[in-house]
Ligand binder design. Structure first.
Ligand code: GTP
Ligand code: MG
Length: 252
């Protein structure tokens, strides 16, 4: 099974990736998995590295609006355009504004929009500041990514972006060992990542990098703690593996 099937997506879906530990890897993997007859666009509301442009040609707005025809030209020759506002130092792309996102979301000829809507400085777990993450209001599926390699590590800046926020929300001591309960408390916290969830949005957690764990026990434990009213599905995943889906755990 691939990520596309595991997420159970249908055309006209807008998928936003938040959290840490594999958003970019999962987003591009999903873009490759979506059957070729669908029109797919990639974008971000934060920053991403410039992708390989032969497959994902980059279109920059430079603060103007995107022209649907400009995007369609790439879709018509089977490419997956990456929409951003400008090029940044370090081969990065600055994301688009929510206004620009709303324009694209209205285009009928696009089947799937994939958006990286958060940044975790390459750490598997992150605490959010007041203005983060920047989730497009038209999002239909919010994919919260957590790197399972954080389980058993210490709550500090080596493994956790904004570890002080995570400590405060979960009631943990800085430097304490991260347990499945720590992750569940963080994700489910009323002032946490889901506080700004648009009402039509389904939320899925991808517990990624499960290949880093010595056993899957704590991954399953984390999944069961997360399932509830707001989260109906947790996918145990290894986005870099040939068969990425290890298991899908749903609410009974
Ligand atoms: N072992 C392992 N490594 C992975 C997996 N998925 C991603 N990685 C690695 O984890 C690191 C972070 O992956 P990204 O996809 O860049 O994560 P991100 O959430 O986009 O990170 P930021 O953009 O910095 O917030 C990279 O070095 C990836 O190669 C996985 O399933 N297993
Ligand atoms: Mg990224």
């Amino acid at each position: 099974m691939n990520v596309f099937s595991a997420l159970d997506l249908s055309p006209r879906e807008i998928i936003s990736f938040v959290g840490g530990g594999g958003k970019t890897t999962l987003m591009f993997r999903l873009a490759d998995e979506i059957p070729r007859h669908y029109n797919v666009v990639i974008t971000t509301t934060t920053k991403i590295l410039v992708p390989p442009t032969d497959k994902y040609p980059v279109l920059l707005t430079e603060d103007h609006r995107f022209e649907p025809d400009q995007v369609k030209r790439f879709l018509d020759i089977g490419r997956t355009p990456t929409l951003a506002s400008r090029l940044l130092p370090g081969n990065k792309l600055q994301g688009i504004s929510l206004e620009q996102f709303a324009d694209i979301a209205g285009w009928q000829h696009i089947d799937f929009i994939l958006a990286e809507a958060d940044g975790a400085k390459n750490r598997p777990l992150k605490g959010h500041l007041e203005y983060e993450p920047v989730i497009p209001p038209s999002t239909t599926v919010l994919v919260i990514v957590v790197g399972a390699d954080v389980i058993g590590q210490r709550l500090d800046s080596e493994y956790v972006h904004r570890s002080e926020v995570v400590a405060a929300l979960t009631g943990s001591t800085p430097g304490a060992v991260i347990h499945p309960e720590t992750i569940a408390r963080l994700i489910l916290h009323p002032r946490g990542i889901m506080r700004l969830l648009p009402s039509q949005t389904k939320t899925v957690v991808i517990l990624n990098k499960v290949d880093c764990l010595p056993s899957t026990d704590q991954a399953y434990q984390t999944a069961h703690l997360l399932l509830g009213n707001k989260i109906n599905k947790v996918i145990l995943c290894s986005a870099i593996s040939e068969s990425p889906i290890i298991d899908i755990i749903t609410r009974k």
